[in-house]
Ligand binder design. Structure first.
Ligand SMILES: *Cc1c(COP(=O)(O)O)cnc(C)c1O
Length: 395
């Protein structure tokens, strides 16, 4: 997911526009800014690229999740169904909203299993929050059908899968809201940044206000604006938005190169090894930031990950042992260790997070290795990588 690999002249020019005026704030200062509205321009171009009605650019992907939950009316005591394989931010956003994360299993897409939702639903379920992990899609159509049938809010965490699609429709545009991250290691970067998208104008208005202390952004005098709701400050600066604008214009090039690199490696491994691969409901829509493959069991996977490292095949992640992306190592969550008392501590019959078991997800993540696809690889590097992978993984 390496937009930072392509940092260059284009990013410098957009940032220079902002430095030339000194207007680092996205709102107002209409005279001084000489026509430069980087955050607003980013939003317009993102909407066009994703074919979605509205977007709001904000400070981070985590902020985007918080904004989406608030705008969609998910709050105190509401249950939100989440997967155990994600970045911890997904779970933190639910907890900080005062809501209750309820874990359901993943399937071989490495994302929330639509078959597991029924068992996780209670009378308090308000939303389902699938995460399109590692560049590709959950079975999002089946998840959406389930949410529609049950009257549940669907929020997509698309932080790792900007530019991926399912049957030609952008991931992040299936539910009420989609969330993206533009932190430094994502498909494109603002340095730090995030966005929410929606086709629902009323949800957009709420998100736009919530992310800026409830400002309704009507008129040209910030001090006189109305405040229909309370909110917080999740704004992005124009400097960060400027970097993102240049990066967004490179998205298609980034994805095309990732796909070509991935295809070549996957084809070689298919031919020369017996590995299984992550299930992709729509292979053509894969943004190809990662190649995920399955070993036969946990032992084999751990050995293979070590072997790949020794053979100089860098960027191979064994998520099962990772501190940030899989529930197994989330001791702080299991103990609900926080800086201060959390809203969930007031709920006496909340799930016992220390005792949560997700055996099906354990079995899948336990034998999965995910290799990051880099943009800068030369043909010689790809050839060498394939040879090294085949020699480690052939057995
Ligand atoms: C990166 C990420 C986030 C959080 O994004 P930040 O911009 O780093 O706050 C949330 N969810 C997932 C799945 C992510 O990968």
């Amino acid at each position: 997911m390496p937009g930072f690999e392509l940092f260059g002249e284009e990013e410098r020019k957009e940032v220079q526009d902002v430095l030339d005026t000194g207007v680092l704030f996205r709102y107002g200062f209409d005279q001084a800014r000489k026509g430069h509205y980087k955050a607003r321009s980013f939003e317009e171009e993102l909407c066009a690229r994703l074919r979605v009605g509205h977007s709001h650019l904000c400070a981070s992907g985590t902020a985007a999740l918080s904004i989406a939950l608030a705008a969609c009316g998910v709050g105190a005591g509401d249950e939100v169904i989440v997967p155990p394989f994600t970045f911890i931010a997904t779970i933190e956003a639910v907890l900080m909203a005062g809501a209750v994360p309820v874990f359901a299993e993943i399937d071989e897409t490495l994302c929330l299993d639509p078959q597991a939702l029924e068992r996780a639903v209670t009378t308090r379920t308000k939303a389902v929050l699938p995460v399109h992990m590692c560049g590709a899609m959950a079975q999002i159509e089946a998840i959406k059908t389930f949410c529609d049938r049950k009257g549940l809010v669907l929020i997509e965490d698309t932080c790792q899968s900007l530019g991926a699609s399912m049957a030609g429709k952008a991931l992040g545009t299936f539910g009420q809201m989609g969330c993206y991250s533009f932190d430094y290691v994502k498909t494109i970067t603002c340095g730090e940044g995030g966005a929410v998208v929606t086709n629902d104008h009323a949800l957009y208005v709420k998100a736009d206000a919530y992310a800026d202390h409830g400002h309704d952004h009507v008129g040209h005098d910030r001090g006189k604006e109305g405040h229909p709701i309370l909110g917080l400050n999740y704004r992005i600066s124009e400097l960060n938005a400027a970097v993102g604008l240049a990066q967004l214009r490179k998205l298609d090039k980034i994805i095309a190169r990732q796909r070509s690199h991935k295809q070549e490696i996957k084809a070689a491994l298919t031919q020369k090894t017996k590995l299984g691969f992550r299930v992709l409901p729509d292979e053509e829509g894969d943004s190809a930031t990662f190649l995920a493959f399955f070993l036969s069991d946990e032992n084999q996977a751990r050995q293979a990950a070590a072997g790949l490292g020794q053979a100089g095949v860098d960027g191979c992640f064994y998520w099962y042992d990772n501190n940030w992306h899989y529930i197994r190592q989330w001791e702080h969550l299991k103990k609900m260790s926080a800086a201060a008392r959390l809203p969930i501590d007031l709920i006496s019959d909340r799930p016992d997070y220390g005792g949560i078991a997700s055996p099906k997800s354990d079995a899948i993540i336990g034998r999965t290795i995910c290799m990051q696809i880099k943009l800068a690889w030369t043909q010689a590097e790809i050839d060498r990588r394939i040879d090294a992978m085949v020699s480690v993984l052939r057995g």
